[in-house]
Design a protein around this ligand. Structure first.
Ligand SMILES: Cc1cc2nc3c(=O)[nH]c(=O)nc-3n(C[C@H](O)[C@H](O)[C@H](O)COP(=O)(O)O)c2cc1C
Length: 322
């Protein structure tokens, strides 16, 4: 069965985001209607060296499946070996990062640097596909270094055996602005026969419908718009299914979900690490609420679940809904 080809409805996936899409956030988004997600990117080389922090990024919970595990690297044999190191986490597919624009990653030849060599892309996908019975996907950008060659890279990935291709419609140099170019996604979709997933600026039900219409993609992948807003998946899911949109969440509902999310984060990572990461999530949840500026400032100093509870109480009071 091809995970990425549904007969009827377009797929709705949570995009991989380092520092954001850990297990707690992925399962939350899944509960709101995402069809699946992808782990944060994990270094293939570090996995092979048994790096503890890299291995900690890999666990996948049953209730969030299907979930892909994303590897980054540039050596075909290292990437293929890494697949063996993550097998015990039973990922539903392996995703290969070919889009990361960060200098440190690109200067090592990883992430979007791979788009300089479609031949290497073919070789990597072929080595990884030979090392695992799981589906293998690649996540590309539009291009790198002034060259928009996502079509060529996608064709190379398909020749190497890729089962689906995600395209973020921006070049490496564009990082996260200006707006994504969905036209390049359409061109990739026309050039390959495997499913293509559209990514970049899908931040509302309307945008998801437009992206599917403009690109003909088999699905959409949502990144930044999901931060502090897992509710977006319920709205996009309804739009893709042709149903009425659910009402937007009340402040009380947003705070209730933030509490659940952060509790889960702390249960998984312990209070110290969990609360450090909770600070950015709280900043996103509080965005747009009454009194947000001072609440967000205070959320930057959170260290305990007790402190979080007090902040949530106050946010509810300030909102006038409490
Ligand atoms: C904080 C952050 C971390 C990211 N980390 C990853 C990553 O680990 N792997 C990856 O393939 N893309 C990563 N991305 C890119 C996103 O998956 C996505 O392609 C990009 O944000 C465009 O989609 P959007 O407009 O919906 O946000 C990251 C993006 C952000 C903002």
């Amino acid at each position: 069965m091809n995970l990425f080809l549904t007969d009827d409805k377009p797929l709705l996936l949570l995009a991989p985001m380092a520092g954001v899409t850990d297990l707690a956030f992925r399962r939350l988004c899944r509960s709101f209607g995402a069809d699946g997600g992808v782990t944060e990117m994990v270094s293939a080389k570090a996995l092979c060296f048994q790096d503890k922090k890299s291995h900690e990024l890999c666990p996948i919970a049953d209730e969030e499946r299907p979930c892909g595990l994303q590897l980054f690297g540039h050596e075909p044999e290292t990437l293929a070996a890494a697949v063996g190191h993550v097998a015990r986490h039973r990922p539903d597919w392996i995703d290969l990062n070919m889009g990361c624009p960060v200098h440190k990653v690109v200067s090592s030849g990883d992430g979007s640097a791979l788009m300089r060599s479609p031949a290497l892309i073919r070789e990597i996908v072929s080595a990884v596909s030979a090392a695992t019975p799981l589906p293998v996907t690649v996540k590309l950008r539009a291009g790198i270094g002034g060259v928009v060659n996502a079509v060529e890279c996608a064709v190379a990935a398909e020749e190497g055996g890729a089962d689906a291709i995600v395209v973020h419609g921006r070049t490496r140099e564009q990082m996260y602005a200006p707006s994504a170019d969905w036209e390049i996604i359409r061109r990739v979709r026309e050039a390959v026969s495997v499913p293509v997933i559209a990514n970049g600026d899908i931040d509302s039900p309307e945008a998801a419908l437009r992206a599917i219409e403009q690109t003909g993609a088999a699905g959409v992948m949502v990144g930044r718009a999901a931060m502090g807003n897992p509710f977006l998946f319920a709205a996009i899911r309804a739009a893709l299914d042709g149903r009425d949109l659910p009402p937007p969440p009340s402040v009380a509902e947003r705070l209730r979900v933030a509490r659940l999310h952060i509790r889960d984060l702390v249960a998984l990572k312990g209070e110290r690490r969990g609360m450090l990461q909770a600070r950015s999530h709280m900043g996103w949840y509080l965005k747009g609420m009454r009194g947000a500026a001072s609440l967000r400032e205070r959320s930057c100093h959170l260290t305990t679940l007790e402190g979080l509870e007090a902040l949530l109480e106050e946010a509810l009071l300030v909102s006038g809904e409490g």
